[in-house]
Every structure is written in structure tokens, then in C-alpha cells.
Design a protein. Structure first.
Length: 432
């Protein structure tokens, strides 16, 4: 049986809170020498008095060769500390790590770069740090530069690079110099959308070559696309380790404040404002869980305190991974609502059709905007609702879930044809 690429056993990292020793001048350092024995005793006592915190505690897991592991968790869960220990940047307080393979890491923008050196020089420096031979670096050099898109600035000191240029070069070096184990921390936190997609594609290519990747990210879309398996850290411990879909669902469900119904007091200072919003069964009471084959409604109640025009009540639905599904306003079905709205208390309702949204958890946001001048009178998150994975098309036919946000029943046209009958595209451009 082959050994894993990475084995972590009972790993723990403790940090001491409180003040640290400050740096001083040479004269101050010499003056402190005479007091050193007494100061050491006092310092030891201060350290004993200062509280400590375990950033990681009893963390154990294994990663096989060629596996892509995602690591997720809230801020302060210990994700970055874990990668720094795996990269040998910091030492663990206890526990052991076994690494089989050359490790490359991209822990933050420009890690390992010397600001006074040029982009060209830093490529060679990073390659050497990763243990690459000069011939290997030379062979990959042009590919790195092309990916980073910094040809014009290649001989400029990196201290003059923008954060985006820094990120492009840092990622290009880490991804192209063939480490057997690649550690990546929030690589998609910097850079425009095009570069993020480029990084995702490159990381997918890297994982496809059999290299081991550990990716820390708050981008659940990237975690879903790249990582079949996921580790959830919570306050320094492993809360869950398993298939990415299950782990992400548990992480998101734990982190969402499920309001369900939002109510607000009357506010005469606003010409128009929200009073109540919730999800409901069609023409029914508040409800959060819906079967796939039943519709649901987003109900919004609002109050108009003075005649106002140009306003629209809107609702948006997004996945818990923050992917927008739709946005709609009450003026879509009746443009006259952009006209004057008289004072009073109103209820409006957005109806979503049955057999449409795929099974999963969704968030709802509602608000009231005015077009001219652009004004937002209210915007609130009203919580989540669930489409249950019951009687969905995939479950009925195959017993398995189907990917995607939508899962409607769609029409397929089918008929018997002869094998030599031309398809419609074969007739394009032909003339009799």
C-alpha cells in the first residue's frame, strides 16, 4: 500500500497572547545586560501570567498523491496557520507531519519575493527556494512570464509592482515550477475576474497532472470546482472531513443566521419603507421548506407615508455560495407602478413556479429602490429557504442529485430517422 503524500497527526499550535519584547537601541541592549538575570525571572513570570490560545488542536488527516483537498472555515479557524506549518514557515507546538514530495506554496501575495529584485530575478530566486535546478527554471521561464502577463515589467523591481502584478507573478511561479505538493491560501482574493478564472483553470490543470494540491479559500465556487474532498476547520479543530458537497453544505448552514421573517417598525421619516418580508407557500403562511414540485412566494409588505413615484420593490434570490439566481421587481409585470404610489400599507408577492429550482438552500434579499435620483430606501436579508430533494427529476429517474441551480422538466423532441438522413446543419449553404 503506497504512503500518502501528506500525513498530519495530532497537530497543535499554541500562541501566547499579550505584549512581546520590543526592539531597542544598542545602548539600551547593553544597559539591559546587567539586569538580564533579574529580568529573565520577571519575563518568565509575565509569560506565565499571559493567556495562550490554541490556533490548532489535535488536527489529524491524510492526503493521497494526486488528491486535491479543500480547507474551509470561518476567519480565525486556523486555516492559514495550518498551511504555514505545512510549509515549514512556523513550527508546531506538538504533533507530527510527514511530507513526501517537494512542496511549493503560495500563502499570500508576493511570499518569498525580494522587493529590490526584478521580476526576472525573483522567478529564479523562487525556483531555487523550491529546489529547482537552473535548467528546470529556464525551461519554464517563458511560460511563467506569459501566464503572469508582465513582459513589459520583467526587469522592473517588484517593489514597484501593483498588487495585481504581484499576484499574477507569484501564482505563475508557484503553479509552473512543478512542486509535487502545492499549498495555496486565498489565491483568488486578489485579481480581476479574468485572472481568477485563469487561476482556476491552471489549478485544475495542475491537479490533473497527478500533483497534490491543498487549497484554502472562502470562495465556495472554487472549492466546488477543484476539490472532491474538503476539510472543515472550526476553532482550530477538524469539524468535518468528507465529500466537498456535504462539508460545504454543513459549513454554510452553520454560518447562516436564519431570520425567516423580517419585521420593521413604522418609520414616518421615510417616504416608503419595508415593514415585513418572508417566504411562504402559495397564498399561505410563512414557510422555509418546499417540495420541488410545489411553488413558493416571496411576500413583501411595505408602507408609503407620502406620495412618491419612480420606486420599485425588488427581490433577489441567490445560492448560499453567493451565486445570484434571479432578480425581479414589482414593475416587471406592471410598469404603471413606477408612477405615483399613494400613502397606505401594501402587500406584494413574487411567485416562483414549481418544478424549477434545484434542490438546495437559497437566500432571499428584498428592498425598495428609486431610479431617479438613485436611492435605496431599504434592503434586508430575510433568511433562507430550502428546496427539498424529493421527487426531483433526477431522484425520480436515477436516484441521484443533478448538478446546477435549475432543474426544470424540459421537452426533448425525438423521432426515428434513417442513418444516412442528413442533419439540418448539412443543408446549410446547399443549393439545388
Amino acid at each position: 500500500m503506497s504512503q500518502p503524500a501528506l500525513r498530519v497527526d495530532s497537530l497543535g499550535k499554541r500562541f501566547q497572547l499579550g505584549p512581546t519584547e520590543s526592539y531597542g537601541t544598542l545602548r539600551e541592549s547593553l544597559a539591559r545586560l546587567g539586569k538580564a538575570p533579574w529580568k529573565r525571572v520577571a519575563q518568565t513570570k509575565r509569560q506565565d501570567d499571559n493567556p495562550t490560545i490554541w490556533a490548532l488542536e489535535n488536527v489529524s488527516f491524510e492526503v493521497d498523491h494526486g488528491e486535491v483537498l479543500g480547507v474551509i472555515g470561518h476567519n480565525g479557524a486556523g486555516k492559514s496557520t495550518l498551511l504555514k506549518i505545512l510549509s515549514r514557515i512556523t513550527e508546531p507546538t506538538r504533533g507530527s507531519i510527514e511530507v513526501r514530495g517537494r512542496v511549493g506554496s503560495l500563502l499570500e501575495v508576493g511570499t518569498g519575493f525580494h522587493p529590490e529584485l526584478t521580476g526576472r530575478e525573483n522567478i529564479h530566486l523562487n525556483g531555487a527556494i523550491l529546489g529547482m535546478r537552473r535548467s528546470e527554471i529556464r525551461r519554464k521561464f517563458d511560460e511563467i512570464v506569459a501566464f503572469a502577463e508582465i513582459e513589459k515589467f520583467l526587469d522592473t523591481p517588484v517593489k514597484r509592482f501593483s498588487s495585481g502584478m504581484y499576484m499574477r507573478l507569484a501564482f505563475a511561479v508557484a503553479a509552473h515550477l512543478d512542486p509535487e505538493i502545492l499549498l495555496v491560501d486565498e489565491v483568488l482574493a486578489v485579481g480581476d475576474l479574468a485572472f481568477q478564472n485563469k487561476c482556476l483553470k491552471k489549478m485544475k490543470d495542475v491537479s490533473g497532472t497527478g500533483r497534490t494540491v491543498i487549497l484554502v479559500s472562502h470562495n465556495m465556487g472554487a472549492i466546488h470546482r477543484l476539490c472532491p474532498r474538503c476539510l472543515l476547520l472550526d476553532h482550530g479543530t477538524v469539524a468535518m472531513d468528507g465529500p466537498t458537497e456535504d462539508v460545504v453544505r454543513a459549513y454554510i448552514a452553520h454560518g447562516i443566521e436564519d431570520v425567516g421573517i423580517v419585521t420593521q417598525e413604522s418609520n414616518s421619516d421615510k417616504p416608503i419603507h419595508l415593514r415585513r418580508a418572508y417566504t411562504a407557500k402559495r397564498d399561505g403562511d410563512h414557510q422555509r421548506d418546499f417540495r420541488f414540485d410545489e411553488g413558493l412566494s416571496v411576500v413583501v409588505e411595505f408602507e408609503v407615508n407620502q406620495t412618491i413615484d419612480g420606486c420599485a420593490v425588488w427581490a433577489g434570490i441567490r445560492t448560499v455560495e453567493q451565486v445570484w439566481v434571479l432578480g425581479s421587481t414589482d414593475t416587471d409585470s406592471d410598469a404603471s407602478r413606477l408612477g405615483a404610489r399613494a400613502p397606505g400599507y401594501y402587500r406584494t408577492q413574487l411567485d416562483l413556479p414549481a418544478s424549477w429550482l434545484n434542490a438546495g438552500m437559497y437566500e432571499v434579499v428584498v428592498g425598495i429602490n428609486r431610479n431617479a435620483p438613485p436611492t435605496s430606501y431599504d434592503r434586508v436579508d430575510i433568511g433562507t429557504f430550502n428546496i427539498l430533494d424529493v421527487d426531483t427529476p433526477a431522484r425520480l429517474r436515477t436516484g441521484q442529485s443533478r448538478p446546477g441551480i435549475l432543474q426544470p422538466f424540459l421537452d426533448w423532441r425525438q423521432g426515428r430517422v434513417t442513418a444516412d438522413e442528413p442533419s439540418p446543419k448539412d443543408h446549410v449553404g446547399r443549393h439545388s
